[in-house]
Design a protein around this ligand. Sequence first.
Ligand code: BG6
Length: 472
Amino acid sequence: MYQVRHGFPENFLWGGAIAALQAEGAWNEDGKGASVADFNVMLDDKKENATISNERESLHTVAGVNYPKRRGVDFYHRYKEDIALMAEMGFGCFRTSIAWARIFPNGDDEQPNEAGLKFYDDLFDECRKYGIEPIVTLSHYEMPVNLVLKYDGWLNRKTIAFWKRYCETVFARYANKVKYWIPFNQINLLDFYSLGFLKKPEEKELSATYQAVHHQLLAQALAKKIALKYAPDCKLGVMLCDKTTYPATCKPEDVSLAVFKNKMEYLCSDVAIWGEYPRFALRAFEDNGIHLDFEPEDAELLKKYTMDFMSFSYYMTVAISAEKNNLFGYDFTRNPYISASDWGWPIDPVGFRTALNLYYDRYRCPIMVLENGLGAADTVEPDGSIHDSYRIDYLRDHIAQMKEAVRDGVDLIAYTMWSPMDIVSCGSSEMKKRYGLIYVDLDDEGNDTCARTRKDSFYWYKHVIETNGEEL
Ligand code: BG6
C-alpha cells in the first residue's frame, strides 16, 4: 500500500557544516603546506600582487595585507569545544573537509604528513565519541597551491595522479571512521575554482574550464574506486551548488533558456550519477566550439564508479532572460517576488522544495542537503546574548519547505545547516558575514578572543533536532 510520508524519517541526520579553509586556521602549523585559500584576502583589501602571482613564478604574500583564512576561527585548536557544543545541540552528523595541504603539503610529495593525518584522526574520534557521524569533503577550494603553480591545477591531467595518492592515503587511514564522503564541494561552480583560481587569460576559455571539470569528474570516479577498496560500505556523494534558475518571464524563449540552463548546471551530477555525459551537453559543447580531450578509458571509469547519493548547497534561486543571457552566461535578472539578505543573496524557501523535487525526480537516489543558512551581521547585547531571530526565521522557513519535500516523497537523509559556529566567509573573507548558531568573538582584522557563545538560534535548532523537525 502506498503511503504519504509525514515528518522526517526516524534516523534522519541533523547537523551542520563547515570547511577546513574557513575554520581551521593554523595555516602553516604542524607541517601544513599553503593552499590556494591561504592567499584569499579581504575583498576591500585587494592589492596588486596580494594574491598568487599570475606568472606562476613565485608566491607573493604582501606585508600588511589581511589573509583571514590563514587564521580561520582557530578550529584546529578548539575543535573539542566546538564538537561538544554541536553534541549539546544533538547533532547526528557534522560535515567538514580535509585540508589536502595538511596531508600532502605540496600536493606532489611522495609521503604524507603524519601530523596532518593525526589531526583528522583525533577530530573524527571526537565526533564519534558523541555519536556524531562525520561527512567529509576531500576538496573544498583547498588545493595545495604548489599543484596550481607547478601543474595548472585541474587543467592538467597529471593532477589526477596526485589526487589518487591523496585518496589512497585518506581512505586507508579513515576507512573505519568515516562512512560518508564528498569528493568535491560544489563541483558545478566550474570557472570559480576548478583551475585553482590561477588563470592565464587564454585559460578562461570554456574549453579549458570544462576540461578541468572533466578531470575532476574522473578524479571523483577514482575516489569511489579507491574508497571501495578500503571500505566497501562507504557512500560517496556528488555535491552541487544549487542555483535553480527561473525564467524572468513566461516568454517561451525565457522558459526554454531556464530549462536548459538548469540542465547545464546538472551536468556534473548527471555524469556522476548516470555515469555518462548527457547528450544535450555534448551538443552544447559542439555548438559553442568547446573541445574536450577524452582518453579511451574515461568513459568506462565514469560508468563503473558512480556516486551513491546526491547532495547540494541551497542558498538562493536565480532568474534569467533570453535577451540578456545565454546557456553559459551569468547575467541574472532580479526576482521581484523574493527578498534578499544584507549581502544581496536572494532568499527563496519555496525554491528549496522545488529544487529537492527536481533532484529526486531526476536521480531517484538518497539526497543530502549539505549547506543552507543565512549570512548576517550579529549584535552582541551588553549582557553577552545574541538575539538572531532573522537567522531562526530563515532556517525555519527553509526547514518547513524541506519537510514539504519529504511529504512529496523525496528521499532526504541528511541536513547540515551552514554553519554551526561563525567562520570566515568563503567569498569575501569577512568575519562579519556570520552564519553560525554559535558566535565567535573575532573581527575582520583578527582581533579578539575567539571565544564561543550560544546565540538564540543555538537553542532553537537544538529543539528542532529534539523534536525531529516536528516543532520549528
Ligand atoms: C558555499 C561554500 O558556496 O557558500 C561555502 O561551499 C561558503 O564554503 C558558503 O562559505 C557561503 O558563502 P560565503 O561567501 O557567504 O561564505
